[in-house]
Design a protein around this ligand. Structure first.
Ligand code: C2E
Ligand code: CA
Ligand code: CA
Length: 571
């Protein structure tokens, strides 16, 4: 081969090699989805690779044409982009800048890296251009979710706590007040149950939008969860005072919310307020205190507005303490039953015994059932406690039957939530069978509060119990709604007149009139009347005279232990 032939072959080979490299670069470039500018600083030349046309509708071959890039990006990104691209700018590593386009429809990412000559001057530079619109939108969306609640557009819990923390910090240095208002929609479950979740959500959204309108520089609003919202108010005064905001909320809820299906819903709300610095010194504690008062408001009823104060916190802490004591007692068998005798007024013979629960804590201090039963009713512990009482009383009665052949009436107190348990009736009959106690000897005492539940369902259960011989007694009569007219609709056998009547029956003529009419009514309906809390002979004599059937009270016998009851039976 001659010299020229060799040269030609060599050039061909080099050319092929170059083509292959070119292809390789193009393919790599396509994979990145970007376009690249290669700027040769010494020649002021620009080479491009990749799909530049998908970014710009002009070509870039000279430094002059490069200037047109700045027409594409939005104003705030101009200077930083110029800096990034400028040939004097040296890059330690790859530099990067994200710019919104002037049209606002895209986000472009510019990357730059350079190589340097011996004098540390930029000899060439590569600018990579990428479309990051989708990533940018996704991260904006993620950002949004980390600050806002999706269903209402209000701040979410975490971000609210952060903002409230800032408010508290500022208030500390400026000696200002921060109020936290918790707003809880009353009976929200009724909307959910009655209209369905979709309309429940719609209500949450609408109420949220309303609260958003209350937001201002000083007022932040958040959707805490479900049907609970929270406002943080910095330096509450004037239109942003707690009272003014409360009034605005009251005005709004007095008008119905119109939901998607043109369904109108009227709501009420329970509001609890806690203020920095009196109630607590941190955002979380303030929210906690506001929650405690809201819960307190809920426990009293709906539609309330309560300020946090120290006694409420004390009461709340005591409640918590009591709850844990009850849980422990349930596990450690820490309860006991006492029994209080009831006597017929006429012959003073024993009619029955009322089982009354007793509870001593670790320090052996006796805690009254009037304190712990309401707590257990609220937190649901009344179910296991009530089950224990039922079994223990029936078991004990079975033992007394065997030992002494007794046949007095055993009265057991039953709470509303026990009776509403689906298996209540079956469970009770199971126990009676197990301990071989005849249902005729059993009486269940229930207060009127039981009737707040589904009236027909409760009456139906009472009838099923009565059909098998169990007596039903209406306890604490006179303390509830006590309408005499509904009495005849109730399947009861006995009515217990509350101690508060007996206390004043000798001294107050109005009480006497009511007591006498209750006893008259009870007689005409064929029920038995029991007077509770009789402490004086004079009270007994009077009650006997007006026709009361049965007497229960310290006068004839206090609640007593099993040993004491057995002594009484033996005598
Ligand atoms: P209650 O069912 O009305 O029980 C009568 C309460 O009055 C008892 O208080 C009894 O000791 C008290 N008492 C009876 N006679 C007199 C008297 O002459 N003078 C005075 N000052 N008091 C008298 P106790 O045992 O403290 O029970 C309080 C309440 O706790 C009960 O009121 C009842 O509502 C509830 N309770 C007690 N045991 C149980 C139980 O096993 N289950 C349920 N659900 N509640 C119970
Ligand atoms: Ca009772
Ligand atoms: Ca009672």
């Amino acid at each position: 081969m001659n010299e020229t032939g060799y040269q030609i072959d060599l050039l061909k080979a080099m050319n092929q090699n170059l083509n292959a490299r070119d292809r390789m670069y193009r393919m790599i470039c396509e994979m990145t989805g970007g376009a690249f500018l290669y700027i040769d600083a010494s020649k002021n030349e620009i080479m491009t690779i990749g799909d530049l046309a998908s970014f710009f509708d002009f070509e870039i071959r000279t430094m002059r044409e490069l200037e047109r890039i700045y027409e594409v990006v939005d104003e705030p990104y101009l200077m930083p982009l110029r800096e990034l691209i400028h040939l004097d700018k040296s890059h330690k590593e790859k530099d990067c800048l994200e710019c919104r386009t002037r049209k606002g429809d895209r986000w472009l990412q510019f990357q730059a890296c350079a190589s340097y000559d011996a004098q540390r001057h930029v000899s060439c530079k590569v600018i990579g251009i990428f479309d990051v619109t989708r990533l940018k939108l996704q991260s904006e969306e993620l950002n949004y979710y980390s600050f806002y609640d999706v269903s209402t557009g209000l701040y979410n819990r975490n971000y609210f706590i952060r903002l409230l923390g800032d408010m508290v910090k500022k208030a500390k240095s400026e000696q200002e007040i921060v109020s936290v208002m918790m707003i809880d929609i009353d009976d929200f479950h009724k909307v959910n149950d009655g209209l369905g979740l979709v309309y429940g959500d719609e209500l949450i959204k609408q109420f949220g939008s309303f609260l958003k309108e209350l937001s201002s520089e000083n007022v932040i609003a958040c959707h805490l969860n479900s049907d609970i919202y929270c406002l943080g108010i910095y330096a509450p005064k004037g239109a942003s005072s707690v009272d003014a905001i409360h009034q605005t909320i009251t005005d709004r809820v007095s008008r119905p919310f119109v939901l998607g299906n043109a369904q109108c819903v009227t709501i009420s709300v329970t509001i609890g307020v806690a203020q920095f610095p009196e109630a607590a010194k941190s955002a979380l504690d303030l929210i906690n205190c506001a929650e405690i008062v809201t819960l307190k408001g809920k426990s009293i009823g709906r539609d309330s507005f309560t300020y946090f104060d120290k006694p409420i916190l004390k009461e709340f802490k005591l409640g918590l303490e009591m709850e844990s004591k009850l849980k422990e007692a349930l596990q450690m068998h820490g309860f006991e039953l006492y029994y209080q005798p009831q006597y017929y007024c006429g012959n003073k013979k024993l009619r029955g015994m009322e089982a009354l629960i007793r509870f001593r804590d670790r320090k052996e201090a006796e805690i009254s059932p009037s304190i712990f039963i309401p707590i257990a009713e609220k937190n649901g512990d009344i179910i296991p406690i009530g089950n224990w009482v039922m079994e223990e009383a029936i078991r004990q009665y079975g033992v007394w039957q065997t030992l002494f052949g007794v046949h007095f009436i055993l009265s057991i107190n039953i709470s509303a939530s026990q009776l509403t348990q689906n298996d209540f009736v079956e469970k009770l009959f199971g126990l009676l069978k197990q301990y071989q106690v005849n249902p005729y000897f059993l009486e269940l005492e229930m207060t009127e509060s039981i009737l707040i539940e589904d009236f027909d369902l409760i009456c139906d259960k009472m009838r099923r119990l009565q059909e098998k011989g169990v007596r039903i007694s209406l306890d604490d009569f006179g303390t509830g709604f006590s309408s005499l007219s509904y009495l005849k609709k109730l399947p009861i056998n006995t009515l217990k007149i509350d101690k508060t009547f007996i206390d004043t029956v000798l001294t107050d003529s109005a009480t006497r009139i009511i007591t006498e009419s209750i006893i008259g009514m009870v007689k005409s309906l064929g029920f038995e009347s029991v007077a509770e809390g009789v402490e004086q002979e004079q009270q007994y004599k009077y009650l006997h005279a007006i026709g009361c059937d049965v007497i229960q009270g310290f006068l004839f016998g206090k609640p007593m232990s099993v040993a004491e009851v057995e002594k009484l039976i033996r005598n």
